[in-house]
Every structure is written in C-alpha cells, then in structure tokens.
Write a protein that binds this ligand. Structure first.
Ligand code: CP
Length: 318
C-alpha cells in the first residue's frame, strides 16, 4: 500500500488486512500499550484545509503512537493565506523530508492530485476530499461494525441522511459492499440522494425512516453537510428532524440488538435525538477510539510495514 486515497477499487482481502492490523493496534489505541516503534524516524505532516476535530487529532495520535514525528500545519496561519499553491506547499514540505501527508480539502480529488505530484518516496493519505471520499472513516466504521457484528455477509446496514454531499456515505457504501454486506440501505429525502445511486453502489433507497431501518442490524446517521449545499437545497432543521431525525421510537423497528453510529460531529436535535446519541445502542465514541487503531494500520502499511503479522506486531509492542 503506497497511498490511501479511496475505497474504490480496493479488494476485500486488503480491507480485511487493514481491519486485522487495526485489531492488533487496539491495545495501543486504548493506551494499554503506550507506543510501538514501527514508524520511528518517519515524518508525517497533517494538512487540514477544512475543519476537523476527530480526524486530525486521531491521525496525530496514531502517528505519535507509531513513534513518527508529526507536523501539524495550521493552514490559516500558513503561507497558503499569502497565496502559496498546494503544489508549492507540497514541494517545500518534501524538502523537509516529510514521508507522509495526511490531507483534508474541500475540493474533491485533492488527495489524488497530491499523490500524482508527490515525490516517489512520499505517501498521501486522504482525510476527506470534498464530497468524494473519506476512506479511513469508512474503515474505522467497518472495524466498529465488525467488533459488534462479526459476519458482514449476514448484515442489514442503513445509512441515513445527506447521502448526496457525504464523502463518508460514499466510502461506507463501497466498503460495505466490498466486504460482502448483502443489504445496504440508504434513507434520505429525494433531494439529498445522488442520481442512480442504487445502481452505482448496489444499495436500496428509502424515503421513510421507520421503514428503512426495519430489522436493520446497524443504523448509521449522517450530518447535513450545510457547507456543501446551496441555499435552495437546505432543509429546515425542524422539518428535517420531524421526518428523518432518529428517535427511540423510530429506532424501535430496527433489530433489538442494532447498533447506532455517527461519524461526528453530531447536530443534536437535527439528525438524531440526544437520547439515542447517548443511549445504550450508541457506539459513536467507540468509533472515535477505533479511528486511532485504523489510522495506525493505514499509516504503518503505507510507510512500509504492510506485511507485519500479528506475531511481529506483538514483538514490536514490547
Ligand atoms: N468524522 C469526521 O471526519 O470528523 P471531523 O470532521 O471532526 O474530523
């Protein structure tokens, strides 16, 4: 694995390998083990041109727990604000011998663009590009699902909300289908669904929440991506909650052991009720912890430790 840009085109075997490696890093993510030396001497630069709480900090923690050195470029106080181009920023940081760039950008395709122009030794990891892809989010979601529901080929998974603008939904649909989930449902107002999404991703679309989550094993809620909408599309928050907000009552049609997920940040009272967000079926904070483990797996695989088996990982922790 050289770069990690998208789930599209990755094999089931590779996704399973990432999940297996991430399982091996959970002890480090949970701080039972403090650090592993797998990326000692490597330099990772976080370039976040869009806001982030979870992704940026978990990438930073993941890199530090792999013993890499980490640069966090503050874009608003960087020379980007003086008009320096993305390529010049890349070239200058490469001159400081950075080995990996973790990049988030509002423009779809930015991570691919950087990968196409990066020096041969450099890895690019996509931390979210426009409405296109957020592959490490999808993988931490897959790890969270697998830890609660180990058989992907038995599952019904419902993804609810703003599918149209969601890079998370796109990456999740690809990952779920690649891992063999037979029943992937998307539930949204017609205005927030991409055209031909059912054919493109092998999913079923619903427009009624209670019907869509019926007998689901996993319910994934999404935030309305206001920053990617023009005002004509913006639903009223109140109306949206009335129709698509997840409440205990609406969740009652899902399986009794269904888990509830959300990539964050949550808009409480818009896409879900606090009772559900903080309730017994919510695994939202587990997703965050699992994000450290998945990002450790992806970073170590990209930085050259891709063939570590569980034994060598074990040795590396001591
Ligand atoms: N899930 C996610 O990408 O959250 P942040 O925007 O806080 O990184």
């Amino acid at each position: 694995l050289k770069h990690f840009l998208t789930i599209d085109g990755l094999s089931r075997e590779l996704l399973i390998e990432i999940l297996d490696q991430a399982e091996g890093f959970l002890g480090v993510a949970q701080q039972a083990v403090k650090k592993v030396p797998l990326c000692r001497g490597k330099v990772v630069a976080n370039l976040f041109f869009e806001t982030s709480t979870r992704t940026r900090t978990t990438f930073e923690l993941a890199a530090k727990r792999l013993s890499a050195d980490v640069l966090n470029l503050n874009i608003s106080t960087s020379s980007t604000a003086k008009g320096e181009t993305l390529l010049d920023t890349l070239r200058n940081l490469e001159a400081m011998h950075v080995d990996m760039f973790v990049v988030r950008h509002a423009e779809s395709g930015t991570a691919h663009f950087m990968a196409a122009h990066a020096a041969p030794h450099v890895s690019i990891v996509n931390a979210g590009d426009g409405r296109h892809a957020h592959p490490t989010q999808a993988m931490l979601d897959m790890l969270t699902i697998r830890r609660h529901k180990p058989d992907f080929d038995q599952l019904s998974v419902a993804i609810v909300g703003d599918i149209l603008h969601s890079r998370v939904a796109r990456s999740q649909m690809l990952a779920l289908r690649t891992l063999g989930v037979p029943d992937v449902r998307i539930i949204a107002p017609r205005t927030l669904l991409p055209t031909r999404v059912e054919e493109a991703f092998g999913v079923r679309a619903y427009h009624d929440l209670s019907e869509g989550v019926r007998d689901a094993d996993v319910v994934i809620m999404l935030r309305i991506q206001r920053e990617r909408m023009n005002s004509a599309l913006l639903p009223s928050e109140h109306e949206y909650f009335q129709l698509f907000g997840l409440t205990e009552e609406r969740l009652s049609t899902a399986r009794p052991d269904a888990i509830v997920m959300h990539p964050g940040p949550i808009n409480r009272g818009v896409e879900m009720d606090s009772q559900v967000a903080d309730g017994r079926r919510s695994v939202i904070l587990e997703q965050v912890t699992n994000g450290i483990a998945v990002r450790m797996a992806v970073m170590s695989m990209c930085l050259g430790n891709q063939h570590l088996g569980s034994q060598s990982q074990e040795e590396a922790t001591h």
